[in-house]
Design a protein around this ligand. Structure first.
Ligand code: 13P
Length: 249
């Protein structure tokens, strides 16, 4: 049985006081819902403040990105080891905004996945197709290509210490959610591709859904057999909405 997980990706939002307030709310939720994993992903400059605000609670803390290198002369970059030192246990890799706005390739995402694990962080590997790719009928090919790039570099066993998040690009921040059936179809495809290489790992790895999840649609999405929780953007900035999503999980 996979334990449900809900992660709030705050993206580039909030000031320190917001991070403290959101983390306090998240900590209270994590305490109130011991049957699921609740986590928040602040901007890295707010990690320490969020950690302090959530101290003593089971709230998971993560980062939204890490450098593709370990410590050294990489001006402006933040290494996985630095994030772990600030209290992060998880880190997103391959979020669509990094793939499509910042131009991260599958190869860079795979490098970051490897770096995250080397730093002791659990990578949350984000996969998803654009609207054009969906309309061209290539959704499955795209997400499997994105997954394979990581497995080719890190091996199937690396999934024992990772989480996958399916986030269709056309559903992110648009208010347009994938239907539960559309999301389930892709989650099942990913899980069966993993099962072909390792059936046990496939049954254990958590696959979260992300893209316009709200309190009002979360329960239906999370009721799908292969959807193990959510990666929440906008709604994670509204404590009541995030709480409703966590309760649905
Ligand atoms: P929204 O929930 O705002 O659509 O964002 C989803 C997302 O990108 C989470 O990583």
């Amino acid at each position: 049985m996979r334990r449900a997980m809900v992660l709030g990706n705050w993206k580039m939002n909030g000031r320190r006081a917001d991070a403290v307030a959101w983390a306090r709310a998240g900590a209270a939720l994590a305490v109130a819902l011991p049957g699921i994993d609740v986590g928040v992903l602040p901007a890295c400059v707010h990690l320490a403040a969020a950690r302090e605000a959530a101290q003593g609670s089971p709230l998971l803390l993560g980062a939204q990105n890490l450098a593709a290198w370990s410590d050294g002369a990489y001006t402006g970059e933040v290494s996985g080891a630095m994030l772990a030192d600030c209290g992060a246990s998880h880190v997103l890799v391959g979020h669509s905004e990094r793939r499509h706005v910042l131009g991260e390739s599958d190869a860079v995402v795979a490098e970051k996945f490897e770096r995250a694990q080397a730093a002791g962080l659990v990578p949350v590997l984000c996969l998803g197709e654009t609207l054009d790719e969906r309309e061209a009928g290539s959704t499955e090919a795209v997400v499997l290509r994105q997954l394979d790039a990581v497995l080719a570099r890190c091996g199937i066993a690396s999934l024992a210490r990772a989480v996958i998040a399916y986030e269709p690009v056309w559903a992110i921040g648009t208010g347009r959610t994938a239907s539960p059936a559309q999301a389930q179809e892709v989650h099942a495809c990913l899980r069966s591709a993993i099962a072909k290489r390792d059936a046990m790992l496939a049954s254990l790895v958590r696959i979260l859904y992300g893209g316009s999840v709200k309190g009002s649609n979360a329960a239906q999405l999370f009721a799908q057999a292969d959807i193990d929780g959510g990666l929440i953007g906008g709604a994670s900035l509204v404590p009541d909405e995030f709480a409703a999503i966590c309760r649905a999980a």
